[in-house]
Write a protein that binds this ligand. Sequence first.
Ligand code: AKB
Length: 325
Amino acid sequence: MDGGKGRKILVTGALGQIGSELVPALRHRYGENQVVASDIRIPAAGAYEGLFEQVDCTQPLAIQDVVRRHDIGAVYHMAALLSAVAEERPQIAWSINLGGLYNVLEVARQNGAAVFCPSSIGAFGPSTPRDGTPQTTIQRPTSMYGVTKVAGELLCDYYFERFGLDVRGLRLPGLISHSAQPGGGTTDYAVDIFYQAVRYSHYTCFLSPDTRLDMMYMPDAIDGIIQLMEAAPARLKHRNAFNVTAMNFTPDELAGEIRKSIADFAIDYEVDPVRQAISESWPHSVDDSAARREWDWNPHYDLAAMTADMLAKLGAKLKTPARRA
Ligand code: AKB
């Protein structure tokens, strides 16, 4: 697809960690007035440039109204609760993560729009093979977040098989970025650590030092989302839930990489049992060969390149001179 075949694009959850970088990237690629940003939150007056609509995805008529008024041809559905907050509020997580997705799929079906739906490494569980996790494998997650992600993958498959809806998705790992911070995820430590390193040379981590998880720098995630949505449909065999990764590391290894630039950086640990348990049910490293084969997935940032860029960008943003080891 070309971003909606001349029709506009709607991004839900546009003020979140992914949405706040996806909207500018889509506007850059398809045109400023081709992308409608939406969120349940309303930005402060004058704080947001470009088309914006307030949309609560649990309200189907609100989605329908925006899709019809703007002639939307593709919905990038980023509105969701992350894993730790979903575990705190499982009933709300079900309503937002699965109810919201159902509403988006239905409105898309009725209006002939394509859909991008982010799944997650959270769609796997403790009985999934943890190293080199295959594209197709056991998915019995034990968190509410994971339950909504697996059910979401199945629902997207159903809408494709039953109605021919052009819905595509990625199983995203922890995302690291310097624009908007994530909120309520298990992998959030890998963002927090940079802010605290630049400000205070110290971080207290809520996961244990040896917790290994897949991660990705945001520019690769944004490129991957756009690349998947533009891929030739005939090549896509796993259209709704591609494993993707760019790197994997532990908190201890990330701290070591930061120390190459900030020599006095110190890390200590106060493990949060809820987030630790979630992380221990997720893969160490997924096999993303299906994505590489079917739509040429090829991330650019590894641990060293991501760390150097994060420290440079946050140093400028927080007005802290970059320190050298
Ligand atoms: C989370 O930690 O909840 C997310 C994810 C890996 O899906 N970042």
